[in-house]
Design a protein. Structure first.
Length: 378
C-alpha cells in the first residue's frame, strides 16, 4: 500500500534546544490514504543559526524516513508538496533522546503493516557541530565493535537461558489432568527459545554463534542509541513474525555507561561521548550527506551505504525536485560504479562512475550518448 503526503503543518507544542543552538520542533505530517481517512505522522524539524547544518540533519531524517529531501523550510512546507510517499508505515512518532553540544539523537517509534502489522523502533544520531550522522565505526575501533557485538550476544544468551529454565520449571510443575494444548504450547516455546539460545541450528541471528565474523556481520543490523547517560545497543528478536508469540525474549538491549567503553572508542568517539579533546571526524563518505552538481550547473544530493561485501546502495536527488533515484553498485580499489534503478525498479541504462577520495566523489554520469561530469562532497 502506498501513502501520499499532502500537507505539512507546524505544531508548536514543544521545542528542545541544545547549547550550540540546535532547536528541534515537531511538525505534523498529514497522510492521505488510498482509502478514506487521514493519518498524522510526527516528524522533527531542526533549526539552527547555521542553516546548512540544520538542512544537513533534516535532509538525512527525511531521506531515512521517506526517501526524499526535506521541505525547503518549515513555513514553506504547506506549499512544498514533493509527492512524498511511504510504503507500509501507518503510524510514526518521535522523541529526542539527547540534544547537547556534542550529540543529537532521535528515536522513532513506528508501526508498519504488510502481511502483518508490527511496531518497531529506529534511531538517528548526529554530531551536533557538523551534522554528520554517526555510525558505530565512527565511535568505536574495529576491536571495540567486536567487543560490543560480543557483549550483546552474552546478554542475549543470558536472557534466553533464564527464559528456558523458567519454561522448563513451568512444564515440570504442571499437574494432572494436564492440558494437551498447554503442554504443546510450552514445548513449542521451549524449542524456539532453545533454538535462539543456540542449542539448535545457527544463523547470523542466533546470539550464541561463537564465530567472531558472524557477530560482526550481525552488528550491522543492530540498532544503537546515544542517550544522555549511556550507550544502548539493541538486537531484534530471534523469531520470525509467525513465531514471535513463542519468543519470550524478543528484542534485547544492552546498556552501559560511556565511561566503561572508553578503551574501545576512537579518539573521535571519546571527544563526542566523553567530552575529551577534540578529534578529527572519520573520512568515510558512506552514510553521509553529499552535496554537489551534475554537469556543473544542476544541484544534486546523494546518500550511500556500503556493506561488508563492498556492495553499495543508496539514492541521489535533484535538489529542485527532491525525489530520490535509487542506486546500486560496488566500490573496488577506490572506483565506485553505480547503476540507476528505473521507476519500476528495474535497472536503467544510466550509470555513475566515480573516484572515491576523502574529499568526495568525482566522475561521470552516462546514459547512452549523454555524459555529464559529477562532483560531490560532504
Amino acid at each position: 500500500m502506498r501513502w501520499m503526503f499532502v500537507l505539512l503543518v507546524c505544531v508548536p507544542l514543544w521545542a528542545h534546544a541544545a547549547v550550540p543552538g540546535l532547536t528541534v520542533e515537531p511538525i505534523t505530517v498529514n497522510v492521505k490514504r488510498d482509502t478514506p481517512g487521514a493519518t498524522e505522522f510526527s516528524m522533527p524539524w531542526v533549526t539552527s543559526a547555521d542553516r546548512a547544518l540544520a538542512s544537513r540533519i533534516n535532509d538525512q531524517l527525511y531521506i531515512g524516513q521517506f526517501g526524499a529531501l526535506a521541505p525547503r523550510s518549515m513555513t514553506a512546507s504547506r506549499r512544498d508538496d514533493r509527492g512524498l510517499t511511504v510504503d507500509g508505515t501507518v503510524e510514526q512518532t518521535f522523541s529526542v533522546s539527547r540534544n547537547d553540544d556534542r550529540v543529537l539523537t532521535f528515536q522513532f517509534d513506528l508501526e508498519g503493516c504488510g502481511a502483518y502489522c508490527e511496531s518497531y523502533t529506529t534511531f538517528y544520531s548526529f554530531d551536533s557541530r557538523s551534522g554528520r550522522r554517526l555510525a558505530l565505526s565512527d565511535l568505536f575501533t574495529r576491536a571495540g565493535q567486536g567487543h560490543l557485538a560480543e557483549q550483546l550476544a552474552k546478554e542475549q544468551r543470558r536472557q534466553y537461558r533464564e527464559v528456558v529454565a523458567s519454561l522448563k520449571r513451568e512444564l515440570r510443575a504442571m499437574k494432572a489432568p494436564r492440558s494437551p494444548d498447554a503442554i504443546s504450547d510450552l514445548q513449542t516455546r521451549i524449542e524456539l527459545n532453545l533454538g535462539c539460545l543456540g542449542d539448535s541450528a545457527h544463523t547470523v541471528r542466533t546470539p550464541a554463534s561463537p564465530d567472531a565474523s558472524a557477530l560482526m556481520d550481525a552488528l550491522q543490523y543492530h540498532r544503537f542509541e546515544l542517550s544522555a547517560q549511556s550507550f544502548k545497543l539493541t538486537a531484534g528478536r530471534c523469531s520470525n513474525h509467525a513465531m514471535r508469540a513463542a519468543d519470550d525474549v524478543g528484542d534485547v538491549t544492552w546498556s552501559v555507561p560511556y565511561a566503561q567503553l572508553r578503551a574501545h572508542m576512537t579518539a573521535y568517539g571519546r571527544a563526542l561521548l566523553l567530552q575529551e579533546a577534540p578529534a578529527a571526524a572519520p573520512t568515510s563518505l558512506y552514510g553521509q550527506l553529499l552535496r554537489g552538481q551534475l554537469n556543473a550547473k544542476t544541484p544534486i544530493t546523494m546518500l550511500l551505504t556500503q556493506y561488508a561485501d563492498r556492495s553499495v546502495s543508496g539514492s541521489y536527488f535533484y535538489d529542485k525536485h527532491g525525489r530520490g533515484i535509487e542506486l546500486r553498485g560496488r566500490e573496488l580499489e577506490g572506483q565506485l560504479e553505480l547503476t540507476e534503478s528505473a521507476a519500476d525498479g528495474s535497472a536503467s541504462s544510466a550509470t555513475l562512475r566515480l573516484n572515491v577520495s576523502p574529499k568526495g566523489l568525482a566522475g561521470v554520469w552516462t546514459d547512452g550518448s549523454k555524459q555529464f561530469d559529477v562532483r560531490l562532497a560532504p
